[in-house]
Design a protein around this ligand. Sequence first.
Ligand SMILES: CCCCCCCCCCCCCCCCCCCCC/C=C/C(=O)SCCNC(=O)CCNC(=O)[C@H](O)C(C)(C)COP(=O)(O)OP(=O)(O)OC[C@H]1O[C@@H](n2cnc3c(N)ncnc32)[C@H](O)[C@@H]1OP(=O)(O)O
Ligand SMILES: Cc1cc2nc3c(=O)[nH]c(=O)nc-3n(C[C@H](O)[C@H](O)[C@H](O)COP(=O)(O)OP(=O)(O)OC[C@H]3O[C@@H](n4cnc5c(N)ncnc54)[C@H](O)[C@@H]3O)c2cc1C
Length: 647
Amino acid sequence: MPANTMNEDLKRERQRCSFDPKELTYLLDGGEEKTEERRQREKFFLDDPELSETAPSDYLSHKEKYEHAVKKACIVFKKVQQLQAQGKAGMQNFREVLGGQLGSAILRDGNPLGLHYVMFIPTIMGQGTIEQQAEWISKAWNLEIIGTYAQTELGHGTFIRGLETTATYDPATEEFVLNSPTLTSYKWWPGGLGHTANYAVVVAQLYSQGICHGIHPFIVQLRDEETHLPMPGFENVRIPWNYMLMKNGKVLKDGSYVKSPSSKLTYGTMIFVRVVIVQDAANYLRKAVTIATRYSAVRHQSHIKESAPEPQILDFVTQQHKLFPQLATYFALHYSGAWLWDMYNNVTSELESGELDRLPELHALACCLKAVSAADAAQGIETCRLACGGHGYMSCSSLPITYGLVTAMVTYEGENTVLLLQTARYLMKAWQNCLDGQPLTPSVQYLNSVRRSFGGVYHKSVPWIIASMQRIAAGKIETAHRHMNDKIKRGVNSEDAWNETSIELVAASEAHCKAFIVETYYNSVQQIVPSVSQQLGKALTELCELYAVNTLLKNIGDLLRYSNVTTGDLENLQRWLEELLAAIRPNAVGIVDGFDINDAIIASPLGAYDGNVYERLFAEVSKSPLNAKPVNESFHKYLKPLLKSKM
Ligand SMILES: CCCCCCCCCCCCCCCCCCCCC/C=C/C(=O)SCCNC(=O)CCNC(=O)[C@H](O)C(C)(C)COP(=O)(O)OP(=O)(O)OC[C@H]1O[C@@H](n2cnc3c(N)ncnc32)[C@H](O)[C@@H]1OP(=O)(O)O
Ligand SMILES: Cc1cc2nc3c(=O)[nH]c(=O)nc-3n(C[C@H](O)[C@H](O)[C@H](O)COP(=O)(O)OP(=O)(O)OC[C@H]3O[C@@H](n4cnc5c(N)ncnc54)[C@H](O)[C@@H]3O)c2cc1C
């Protein structure tokens, strides 16, 4: 590949961008200094020859991939320790140090230590007493032990009250006896459980004095710390009394049970991870849209006008309609994720002082935001793959693997439909409160105002769109509530009525979440615009408008059903969408440049900063061991005899 050449199209794109991409980078990182720190950190990891790929891991076997990942995770851990010694890494910023993008670029096929950091340590922090934290956290943080989070069983993932593993307290020995007596009670899915972890937080039904007290977390040793040989299976495994994490519910040494202030505090780690997923989903989406946007600026094909040369595919308005909403969705999820992270931290500190009032609202928001961000990011990444035509299908484009990672988010940490139904429970109660004139929590306040005015004349503004989306959400919440109650009035019991109404409940929950995202995104941009250059402010505003208009247009049916919008208004919205695509077009490459994603993290010949797409693609396929020899052995073994026999 010619050294240091920059694709001419990308050069032109960069010249026509109306703002300085560096300004966007600093904004997203939280300041120039933070950007510099991040870049240094990335360099520190990515320039390490031991961490750089000699050959793409696609060509390794399953076993080799695992071994490769463990090796790299250990190198990374040592490097994190070096940063720690310099005061540049700690528990407070571990997400920044190796969160999302950087971590997944180094450990492309999965991080064998991921669950240890994302769930094992946070569970001990959230569920352990001060003494238990003192005993386990430093060991875990320093990797003297490796843990995982073992909740899901072969038979139950969603319905955790149905878990079959039991932990029965024996006061005679002051131990818990753990049992997974059936095939369906086998712990199944926990990351790192197979070969890496030697400890786990095991979620089991607690029995004491003959009474079941529901699920609780226990620390269980899985493997010998020296030999790494598995401990005997989960049949009558005895663990000491203080291996039950007892910050919330506890068992006293005599076997009496002290209830937690709320049984749902046991579910705290799941809330934490759902909150983290929103940001993680956003980051994967911005990587995919960076790849697809740069590629679309470099790729020329077909004609808009027969007389003109083949255009950049980014000039097709349908291509813009595929990609620019994904750019905007990144920002929407980024700001909603940041908002949720703040709420999570505030509510968590309230919980520490025994205040539980805001837990239901946090749970309702974390559930729907996790569900919508995972689904929208997965769909957005798939759209980016499709937007790259055949080359997007190649595994070296990084788009298939990125989609694979994000589509898993739809299932783990609470399957999306199930989580949307959790939010719907909250919304049904909120609507009843609204009817009864009871106070509403901030995220559902809009129900009151929408109930008072069902109308609203079109004007070309995001606040009008927010009001319309709230109207749709309130309309769907009201419909689901009414339909469910009608069934109950006709004699259907409330559980069956819930199930029979669940399609509408899920739709209500999604609509509520989308309205929340648009409003949060808009409020964030309103706050940012005065502090940035006029050009960047304009670009950010256009993206926010695009997200709002596009989201509303995707729900035309609902808009017609729940508001007094006219067909003329819809035509105006469509025109506005097209104007926004045209306005964003000159800045598209500048925006993805502003994400400032290192080429090694992009890891795609289609999306590198220099835009040398074809040269990089050619270099990539040359790495395949299949292409090392001109004739593969299978020709002599199988094809040739077959061809001969036909002659
Ligand atoms: C290499 C060196 C390294 C150095 C550093 C490395 C660092 C790396 C860090 C990188 C970080 C960045 C990237 C992170 C990305 C994230 C990756 C994460 C990977 C995760 C892998 C996956 C893990 C899992 O999947 S773990 C298992 C998760 N399981 C679930 O989520 C189960 C889903 N089910 C449930 O949650 C519940 O059972 C539910 C909600 C379905 C119903 O529960 P229920 O008991 O049946 O309750 P119900 O009767 O319906 O409701 C009662 C009542 O309680 C309310 N409720 C329910 N849940 C909660 C809750 N969590 N909190 C509060 N309230 C809750 C419910 O709403 C009801 O309320 P009422 O209506 O008022 O009665
Ligand atoms: C990549 C990956 C990593 C994972 N890592 C871990 C881990 O580290 N630790 C761990 O403990 N677990 C882990 N899990 C398990 C994960 O948490 C569960 O798979 C997830 O919670 C979904 O549960 P399930 O598999 O039982 O799905 P099911 O609940 O069986 O879902 C199947 C279908 O049934 C529907 N359904 C189920 N219940 C309801 C309901 N009440 N109402 C309406 N529809 C319903 C769902 O919507 C879905 O369509 C992981 C899973 C994956 C895929």
